[in-house]
Design a protein around this ligand. Sequence first.
Ligand SMILES: Nc1ncnc2c1ncn2[C@@H]1O[C@H](COP(=O)(O)OP(=O)(O)OP(=O)(O)O)[C@@H](O)[C@H]1O
Length: 869
Amino acid sequence: MKPSRLKIGPKVPTKPPITPARSKQALMTSRDRDPVQVYCRIRPLDVPTDDSCVTVLSDTVVQVVPPETSQGYRSGTTKATQYTFTGVFDEKSTQKPIFHTVTLPLIEDLLHGKNSLLFAYGVTGSGKTHTMNGELQDGGIIPRCLDVIFNSIGHFQAKKYIFKPDKMNSFEIQSEIDALTERQSEALTSNKFKTPARRGQENEGPRVTDATRISALDEDQAFAVFVTFVEVYNNTVFDLLDDTPIDPLRPGKIQSKILREDQHHNMYVHAVTEVEVKSADEAAEVLAKGQKRRRVAHTTLNAESSRSHSVFNIRVVQAPLDGQGATLEKMLTVGQLSLVDLAGSERNSRTKTTGERLREAGSINNTLMTLRSCMEILRENQLNGTNKMVPYRDSKITHLFKSYFDGEGKVRMIVCVNPRADDYDETLSVMRFAEMAQEVQIARAVQPNIRLEATPRATPAGREALLPGRRKANRVLTEAYRKLEQGGISNPQSEVPFDIDMVFSAARCSWPPLELQSASDDRLITALVEYLQVRIRDQQNRREQQMKKCVEVRTLIREMEEELILKRQEVLSLHEQLKDERSRCQTFENRVLNAESANATLQRHVAEHQKYARLLEEELKEKDCLLNQGEIEILNVKAKEKTKRQLEREKLKKELDRYKQVESQLQRQTERFLVMRDLLDAGCSVKVPGTSGSSESDSRTPSIGATHRVSDPKVVGTPSLRGPAVSTRKRRSRSVDPGKGWLDHRPENILDLDTVFQPQMNRAKSITKLVDSKSVTDAKISKYVLTTQEQDSAGEIETKLYKGDVLTTVSGGAQVVLQDVEILRHSSPNAIKRHSDGRLKDVHSRVADIENRCGHAIEGHNRNKKHCP
Ligand SMILES: Nc1ncnc2c1ncn2[C@@H]1O[C@H](COP(=O)(O)OP(=O)(O)OP(=O)(O)O)[C@@H](O)[C@H]1O
């Protein structure tokens, strides 16, 4: 259950916006403005014997001499340049004088509700962080500021949580009870900052504090101090006091912040963690915590401290006490001091930065360039009365600074310089900027920043006369502390804490004059009685009030205890829930890690596949090229083939013509064979058609003396007949009568086939040509055989034996009557070769083929002749 808050009085409405700062700047005369004060701090050289390019001429002037290694020297500039500043601190200057000169006036303004900005500017390693933070034993500007603030407001601090940030860059005043509730809940929760006592035990050594105190304070005010700590890295704002733990595995989780403008036109970091601090040690601890977080965040973001700008903001809130001096009036005054450590300017060419560092350097240089151009335009506007737009929004730092440049207050800059010769070029650029910055004017703050105003507001002078009591009590207390300090107690304020309100409530009004004028003067007694009666009444009233308050407080305490029990139970259950949530979170984180690693593996695979795909594509392209070449070659071959076929066709055509000629010859031969067959069928002697000197009537009984050839000489002359006939066994022909004399007519070109079947002829007489009739009329010859040879289409050799009887004629001659034909076939190993489609394989084969066909024709005739008797 949520506790109900007791509100004292209605909430005070916020004050309407004051005049915008911009218009203020425009309306200001030069008398209302102060220039930006620039101080120069020169750090000692790392190696004292090294060359220095900077010399301090006076408290305000430095001289920069170009060393031989500088760009200026190389381009012929050897002239020394002098620069004037508000103040110059040489190498031997310590932190204290710098703090006192530069910052103390700003703290005074802060305690009076005015704004100030102090920033350190310079090359990397020139001592900006050293100047702003310093060391534990010798603190820089920030810890010293905190010391002085708490030394000054120590006794006048309001109780914690009386002032509360309203998240809109302003504050509201809480009731005592609300503040008490928050204090108690803070005590219950453990995530708040440790007490100074514990801090002292853990750190390396005690912090050396600055004892300076500003006394010119309005003692009728109650004060509170709030701090924020942000950094601007790569132009993004991060909250360094945010309690959310940073996960080093997931740097993206670090929440960045945005800038906003409040109703008074002041820029602020929205939703930044603003911590109320009650002592300098507590504040220093907050600062240390922020710096630690900055280191963790940087490890996560892979950055270094010098690569970001840091802004430490101190806000002092104050409100006047009411006439009774007990509660606060609803009037707020807020002073702000921004302490900025800018990142070091550096030339990339010199550091040769790359990658992430180059991006950081780019961002830093952009910011510094924007700062320069903002100040240049401001100066130009102020000098020339122009109204050019100042590019504050170009970077986060200048956007934050806008409130100071366009508003009221003081702006101070410390230019840190490393005098080593290597830094000369950058130092020169820093010096020029610093010189220009001094010409920029900032509106002077006359009034404090009043944020809430009570109506009607009582002026301090017009307040009831009770307040001097508080002053008196303060004086007594200060004196007591002083005496304690003299007695050897180093920090009496923290050692002997004292509630000033207790002292303040005593001796509210002064006694009446106690001087007795005369013995009979009763007026003194009467006045004294009246005074004492008033005091007694007053005391009674107060006692009653006290009792009433006691009852109220008891009731409250009882309520709160009940609530506390409930809260504790709630906290326990929340703890349980938190535990569950944490374990769930852990599970999810593990899953995410697994998924991320799987994703990484997949991405690796994808990359490999892509690489393989690229290789395949290249291979494909190569193959495409080859294919194209192949196609071109195929086309060429086809063209050649076509030409070849054309030639072949022409050749075949010629061969066909030749074949036709052969065919016509064959035709003629066939005709001759037909005639011969007819003759043979008619039992006449052989008469070859076309033979000269033979008549039709005696063609059937040719004269023995006539020249005639039965076989085709072409057949005998074919190349296929030239090979030897294949024969392994001999066989004797039984067709020839061995008892009679034979005339064996065997032309010369007949191959002896030496086959198995051979005609057996007794007393045979062989002739190659029938030229002499006597060879037939010989009485011993009674039989005649004519041998011819041909080759058929399958390459077989066909041997024909035409047999007949020799008969003597009446006139004493002889005639042959053919009786029988014997045909012998032999397969030739030189048979004609053909393609699968029947075409002959070579020209010789084709010629042989044609010739064979002729042979076929003859064979056909012979077959017919077989049927002859
Ligand atoms: N005045 C000085 N006296 C002694 N040592 C100094 C002084 N100024 C700087 N140093 C030393 O020089 C080194 C660099 O200084 P520091 O870190 O302050 O430079 P920086 O300007 O902040 O650099 P960056 O811009 O990189 O943050 C530190 O070790 C610091 O202690």
